[in-house]
Design a protein around this ligand. Structure first.
Ligand code: GP9
Ligand code: MN
Length: 702
């Protein structure tokens, strides 16, 4: 026994032995922190495995630096690296506790939001066990100080040190490819910091974030105010007169923006087995006081939902790669809808039944001036309450109203639904229509989740009536992007009862619903060609807000002199006359491919191409160079991000205090909640359901 003990000690007395011990301790500690200090949403054995192994490659690489040094220096370097990475872990634990997200360089460098929000409560949020992250460093120091382990001064061969670094890189490569097998687009689409930590580890996340920040800040550092000149010139040369008939008709009304996840226009009036799939939305679509648009296109790129949000609330395109909310949301200056309306007397709130870090909403919404961001922790939890990307829509809509009724009026509220999201899975109890029978698994569940989404909207509309909110609110509903991608052409053709479905058809298939509903609004189905970039200018005109001095790339959809070229993020376009897909042109009305273009046709498509590339590149310049920091429109006050805090406790307190204004639905109802009048048939909320149902839902999000 003694012999074994001294053998082990002998091993640790070598430098490599000490290196192995330091790594093992750091590895165990990191894994402990992952499990107890963060909420990374690990699902399935692959993700479990990746979480367990991901600390190893970067720790080997970092600690391995010390092996290139000799003697005491090597030990000290190892300890310093260990201490620094532990401090970084410690800082993230504290930040995470408050914000459910990881620290970014943009945050540390920029906004002051971290220090402002954290310094007020660091001591309050610290837990004694947080200090365990320094335990391994302490153990190593004690072992060395008491000579339980002796330092070996003998140098290690450089070749050996190099071998360790190469091994670390190979392991990282393996880790990365396993991560991509589980979640493609992890680093390019950059959904969520939690994902990067879950798949690649905290240190790799830090490097990824650092590279991203370095890339974006270089463009920003070189930018100057005069870079905006070409933007203003373009906007001036391409005006559209807002429709005066509609100017200010919704002034002072509450605004509900309902984000209909993955909902496409073809679902409007769509029937399956003789039934309307979406009776509630169809009714709304055809109502006399609804302005509906049947040539409204999604214009998103890789950022999908995030791009839609960027366009809807800023009239700026998403960037060419990744998501602007992630790349620029924390650091850039914006003049977004919540801030614009906030400065016109509105209270603003965004609602989303998932973690706040997804698409960097937690930071971006501060830059956009959202007073409240109601996310996952604000909602009740229960068996089968979630599917895929978060809380099921019926439960989400109902419990959002608990906060809606507390908002001082007028308010601007954006509700982001999630259930109708790829891969369109829904448990039996919530299915009220059969799957379609194209034979394509990813397509056939779409009608079921779309039906579910529609019902959740129906329940919400009923409650609006009961609460009286329907009378003084304007409802804006939009589908954010396609639900069925062009990779499913055969299934789509079957669904639409057609023989074929080609690239031209797919471009036309990018139409999404856009409806504006308000009692007394002069409605009807409008055929203008437009897209998500045009939503904000349209709403501004209805709300009586002068938009001409804002930097916005869309135009009022109701304007009679607007250019109807709809730009897609990849440079393709649709106009009422022509459609461009890649290098091919089509006649939009007939779908006929145009081989040899006539001179007039060539001129028209060249003009449209030019317009599309100019508008995209100017919008990119605004975001990539953070140009809005150089320009504050007259009458607009720059948003102070540090003023916002989405901590649930603080928000609850703030809402309570806001009741004094007496303008919320709750206070107008004598402080009596109207939530019990919200009728939903969500089976999860039925008293007898608690113990039953096994949810067949699979997780798409994680
Ligand atoms: C995530 C949800 C989905 O929070 O909004 O994003 P998507 O995958 O549609 O871009
Ligand atoms: Mn989406």
């Amino acid at each position: 026994m003694k012999q074994i003990g001294s053998r082990i000690r002998g091993y640790f007395n070598t430098r490599f032995g000490f290196f192995v011990l330091a790594i093992a301790l750091f590895w165990v500690k990191t894994y402990w922190a992952y499990q107890t200090k963060f909420n990374l949403g690990v699902k399935g054995s692959m993700q479990e495995l990746l979480l367990a192994i991901n600390p190893l490659p970067t720790t080997l690489l970092l600690f391995g630096i010390a092996l290139y040094m000799s003697g005491r220096k090597s030990y000290v370097t190892m300890l310093v690296i260990d201490a620094l990475t532990s401090m970084w872990l410690f800082a993230n634990i504290l930040y995470y506790r408050e914000f459910s997200d990881f620290l970014t360089f943009a945050l540390i460098k920029g906004s002051g939001a971290v220090s402002n929000n954290l310094s007020t409560g660091v001591l309050g949020i610290m837990e004694p066990s947080d200090w365990f992250v320094f335990l391994d460093v302490a153990i190593l120091i004690v072992l060395l100080a008491t000579h339980a382990i002796r330092m070996t001064i003998r140098p290690i061969k450089k070749r050996f040190a190099l071998g360790i670094s190469v091994l670390a890189l190979c392991l990282f490569g393996a880790n990365l490819s396993m991560a991509y097998a589980d979640r493609s687009g992890l680093l390019t689409r950059t959904f969520d910091n939690n994902y990067i930590v879950k798949y690649l580890g905290l240190n790799a996340y830090t490097v990824v974030d650092g590279v991203k920040t370095a890339k974006t800040s270089a463009a920003k550092a070189n930018a100057k105010a005069s870079d905006l000149d070409s933007v203003f010139k373009y906007l001036k040369q391409n005006p559209a007169t807002p429709n005066v008939e509609y100017t200010g008709v919704a002034k002072g009304k509450n605004v509900f923006v309902i984000h209909l996840e993955s909902l496409q226009q073809f679902m409007i009036d769509f029937k399956w087995q003789g039934q309307e799939v979406m009776p509630n939305l169809n009714k709304l679509y055809h109502a006399n006081d609804t302005l509906s648009f049947d040539n409204f296109f999604n214009q998103v790129g890789q950022g999908k939902t995030a791009d839609a949000e960027m366009m809807l609330e800023n009239s700026l395109f998403g960037i060419a790669e990744g998501s602007a909310m992630v790349a620029d949301g924390t650091s850039n200056t914006f003049q977004a809808a919540p801030a614009i309306l906030g400065q016109n007397g509105y209270t603003s709130a965004a609602f989303h039944g998932d973690v706040p870090s997804f698409w960097n909403r937690d930071n971006t919404y501060k830059s956009w001036g959202y007073d409240y961001f109601i996310s996952k922790s604000y909602y009740p939890t229960g068996k089968n309450y979630e599917v895929g990307y978060g809380l099921k829509d019926k439960i989400f809509m109902k419990y959002s109203m608990q906060y809606i009724e507390q908002l001082p009026q007028p308010f601007y509220a954006k509700l982001i639904t999630v259930t109708n999201h790829y891969p369109y899975t829904l448990d039996k109890k919530n299915q009220t229509i059969d799957k379609t029978t194209t034979g394509d698994k990813t397509v056939d569940g779409y009608v079921q989740t779309a039906r579910y989404l529609d019902q959740s909207i129906g329940e919400f509309l009923d409650w609006l009536q009961k609460s009286g909110l329907d009378k003084n609110s304007m409802l804006v509903l939009y589908g954010d992007h396609y639900g069925i991608s062009g990779n499913h052409k055969k299934a789509i053709a079957k669904l639409l009862g057609r023989e074929t479905f080609n690239d031209f058809d797919n471009a036309q298939f990018q139409r999404v619903p856009f409806m504006i509903h308000m009692p007394g609004l002069k409605g009807g189905v409008n055929h203008t060609y437009g897209g998500e970039i045009d939503a904000l200018p349209t709403l501004e005109n209805l709300l009586g807000i002068q938009a001409s001095n804002f930097v916005q790339f869309g135009t009022d959809l109701l304007s009679t002199d607007r250019n109807q070229t709809v730009a897609f993020r990849n440079g393709d376009f649709v106009t009422p006359a022509y459609t461009k897909v890649g290098s091919e042109y089509y006649d939009t009305a007939s779908g006929e491919r145009l081989g040899q273009l006539s001179a007039a046709q060539k001129q028209a498509v060249d003009q449209a191409t030019n317009r599309v590339t100019t508008t995209l590149s100017l919008s990119d310049r605004v975001l990539n160079s953070d140009l809005l920091r150089f320009y504050t429109p007259s009458g607009f006050t720059k948003v102070d991000k540090s003023k916002y805090n989405y901590n649930k406790k603080k928000a609850t307190k703030q809402l309570k205090a806001a009741q004094k204004s007496g303008t919320s639905v709750l206070s107008q109802n004598g402080g009596q909640s109207l939530l019990d009048q919200y009728i939903t048939d969500a089976p999860e909320l039925m008293p007898d359901d608690a113990s039953s149902t096994s949810d067949s839902s699979s997780s798409a999000a994680n």
